[in-house]
Ligand binder design. Structure first.
Ligand SMILES: Cc1cc2nc3c(=O)[nH]c(=O)nc-3n(C[C@H](O)[C@H](O)[C@H](O)COP(=O)(O)OP(=O)(O)OC[C@H]3O[C@@H](n4cnc5c(N)ncnc54)[C@H](O)[C@@H]3O)c2cc1C
Length: 394
């Protein structure tokens, strides 16, 4: 792979909207990605292996629980800092960002928000340091966009202390190596609860899903529960019902809205540099109107997405961002990124399909990002419901 020469586009001087602390956190994450991710990520993706060696580095830049309070081992940062960290990681690779998103928003967040003080103390510091890795089990083989239909369930073990969990979750990021899984399952009354399942519990297995063409540097798998006996105290007491996992998804989708900008910036920056250097018909291809149209539209869309993410960050920090606003940003920014990746790939001609450049990897990764955490279509329906009051899901 070519050396990482990334220079971040900032066409509207958006840095002026950031504090010195934001810039410091962003720049530290950027430098870490250049130093520790870019040199190894292409090979990891080609070999379809999550590079575990980067776990301590992810922890060191605050990627595990950026906004979780410091008393629990988190970085205690604000929402814009969280977004900027996700942006920088996904500039390197969406799979690496996925690992960080799951750990932070889908595992640490529910333990912090819905867990007991004992849960927080037991799990959060180890998740923040990367000593423990977590996964989040919501999707099932027959229930993806409609998780409320889930069949994974638990019943009372009858000994006063345990529950028995049965079912299966599919498409679970980090599952093959997770130490803990936050699993969403129905109780005997059909109400959804979060349950902390720990590796080593009998009947709990995590087979890996192979042959992915996307997010190859992120490990994906199943979570299978066959009569798993779990202490009742592992049930998250703070919130139940579908709103509980959806609250986690709000946080993760917010991070994705920022992360996708990183992937788009990397594609744009690569294509711009290539277009200036590549000579055809006696001049740089950047001099041809058709290539300029592509590049000019890319920077326009990136700038719009940056503004959307920044404003969403301010709203979220103020506690005012709605789930529908988060949906809009996730949908828009991932769609923007995937379109830019496709256009950027064309600017590189044949070179664009090789692992010498990051574009094709970003493009394939974004095919997952546009589907997980609510598909492109589902987020449109969320906006539709929000503005019309009419539910078009069913
Ligand atoms: C690499 C990867 C990692 C993932 N990681 C996780 C994870 O860590 N944890 C987890 O729980 N899940 C995870 N997921 C699962 C992901 O969230 C689901 O794939 C996603 O929610 C879509 O579900 P589905 O694949 O079953 O598609 P389906 O729900 O079957 O949807 C198929 C198509 O139908 C459309 N559709 C569905 N319902 C409607 C409707 N009402 N109206 C119009 N169109 C509709 C969808 O938009 C989509 O285009 C991951 C997925 C991938 C690919």
């Amino acid at each position: 792979m070519k050396p990482d020469l990334f220079e971040a586009p900032d066409y509207y001087n958006l840095d002026d909207l950031l504090t010195e602390e934001h810039k410091m956190i962003r720049d530290a994450a950027r430098a870490w990605v250049k130093r520790d991710v870019s040199p190894i990520i292409e090979e990891a993706a080609q070999e379809a292996k999550f590079p575990k060696s980067i776990i301590p580095g992810l922890a060191s830049i605050g990627a595990f629980g950026p906004y979780i309070p410091e008393e629990y081992g988190g970085a205690g940062l604000d929402q814009i800092s969280y977004g900027l960290i996700m942006q920088e990681i996904e500039r390197g690779d969406s799979g690496v960002r996925s690992t960080a998103s799951v750990q932070s928003s889908l595992v640490m967040y529910p333990i912090w928000k819905y867990g007991s003080e004992e849960h927080r103390k037991k799990f959060l510091p180890k998740l923040a340091s990367g000593e423990f890795m977590g996964s989040f089990g919501l999707t099932e083989p027959d229930h993806g966009s409609n998780p409320s239909g889930m069949i994974t369930s638990f019943k009372d073990a009858g000994d006063g202390e345990h529950i028995i969990l049965n079912g299966a979750k599919l498409w679970i990021s980090n599952s093959p190596f997770c130490d803990v899984a936050v699993v969403w399952a129905k109780n005997e009354e059909g109400r959804i609860h979060g349950v902390i399942v720990e590796r080593g519990m009998e009947g709990f297995t995590t087979p890996e899903t192979h042959n992915k063409w996307s997010l190859r540097a992120s490990a994906t798998g199943e979570l299978i529960f066959q009569d798993v006996k779990i202490p009742k105290s592992n049930i998250l007491p703070g919130k139940s019902g579908l709103g509980a996992p959806l609250g986690c998804l709000d946080s993760a989708r917010f991070g994705i809205a920022w992360g996708a900008i990183g992937a788009a910036m990397d594609c744009y920056d690569t294509a711009l540099r290539y277009a200036k250097e590549r000579i055809q018909f006696g001049k740089p291809i950047a001099a041809f109107q058709l290539q300029q149209k592509k590049l000019a539209e890319m920077i326009t869309e990136i700038t719009k997405a940056q503004l959307l993410a920044w404003r969403l960050g301010v709203l979220r920090e103020e506690g005012k961002a709605t789930s529908a606003q988060i949906s809009m940003a996730k949908r828009n920014n991932v769609d923007m990124a995937i379109k830019i990746a496709r256009e950027a790939r064309q600017i590189l001609g044949g070179m664009g399909i090789t692992g010498e450049y990051s574009i094709m990897r970003h493009m394939m990764n974004l095919e997952s990002v546009i589907t997980y955490e609510g598909t492109h279509d589902i987020h449109l329906l969320i906006t539709g419901l929000d503005i019309t009051g009419e539910n078009a899901f069913k």
